[in-house]
Write a protein that binds this ligand. Structure first.
Ligand SMILES: [Fe+2]
Length: 283
């Protein structure tokens, strides 16, 4: 069985200037992660699960597409994007189209989701790749509407040659004693119903800015760490603490015990520096 390896990026929070609203050099953080990824063999796909533009801007999306797309071009692999709560759909669509781009930058989606949602599907080496749009404008939490869930259910009524992955920003899990427990995907049960008894191998998410493993019924849920900042859980859950330290995930499918995930840590001498510590209830 041949392995399928995904570079899973999340939360670059780019802007036109390169700096996010907290003063972090987000462009540098993404560059560091990509530099680390250059040492990773045999990538088949790059998935970026949202919060691409910190300010929701076209310029932020363009910086991400240019940097990630250049690396994808070097490797000759597709690159796929979802929205996050910081993104805005018009800017996202202007820069990424369906969100499914080939190594040469062309849109490779085989179908788009329902109107009003940046959802789409493509197939990479037999693996079906589905992106969902959990963005709720003006809110930090996520939600999938009935139209997207119906569309997903219809897609999953037939199997793909090497199975399916689903990517969305907000994790469809429940967390207690966590500073972002109120900002996850609301009402995940319909998604659980849609992926139950399907060929979905994994659900890839972001949003939390730290890696996390969970499950939605029988399907593994993987949360990639954040690029722009790392949420530091070494503190009370009533506080949200972010430090520098860009990271990403390598997700492997297609092997006997898949999915497996591991963390790719960028070589950043500033890692661990405090960016902010705030009241989590105010986020
Ligand atoms: Fe984020």
């Amino acid at each position: 069985m041949t392995a399928f390896r995904i570079l899973h990026l999340s939360d670059p929070h780019l802007t036109g200037s390169g700096y996010d609203e907290d003063g972090v050099d987000a462009a540098r953080a993404l560059d560091l992660v990509i530099a680390a990824a250059r040492d990773v063999d045999d990538l088949d796909l790059i998935v970026t699960t949202g919060d691409i533009a910190d300010d929701g801007s076209v310029k932020g999306c363009l910086r991400a597409r240019d940097a990630i797309g250049a690396f994808a071009g070097e490797r000759g692999v597709p690159h796929v994007y979802t929205t996050g709560n910081h993104d805005r759909r018009p800017a996202f669509e202007e820069v990424f189209g369906s969100g499914h781009l080939g190594a040469d930058g062309r849109d490779v989606a085989t179908a788009r989701g329902p109107a009003g949602a940046c959802a789409a599907v493509s197939e990479v080496l037999g693996l079906r790749v589905v992106t969902l749009d959990s963005l709720v404008p003006g809110s930090g939490h996520g939600l999938l509407g009935g139209a997207q869930l119906q569309w997903l259910g219809d897609l999953l009524s037939t199997d793909a040659p090497r199975g399916t992955i689903v990517a969305l920003h907000h994790p469809p899990i429940a967390l207690t004693r966590h500073p972002l427990s109120h900002l996850l995907l609301h009402d995940p049960q319909p998604l659980a119903d849609a992926v139950a008894n399907s060929d979905v191998r994994a659900i890839l998410c972001g949003h939390l800015h730290h890696d996390l493993a969970g499950a939605l019924g029988p399907v593994a849920v993987h949360v990639a760490p954040g690029i722009v900042t790392r949420v530091d859980l070494a503190g009370p859950s009533t506080e949200l603490t972010a430090v520098l330290g860009p990271r990403a995930s390598i997700v492997e499918l297609g092997t006997e015990w898949a999915p497996t995930t591991c963390t790719l840590t960028a070589r950043d001498p500033w890692a661990g520096r405090l960016v902010y510590r705030v009241d989590a209830t105010a986020v």
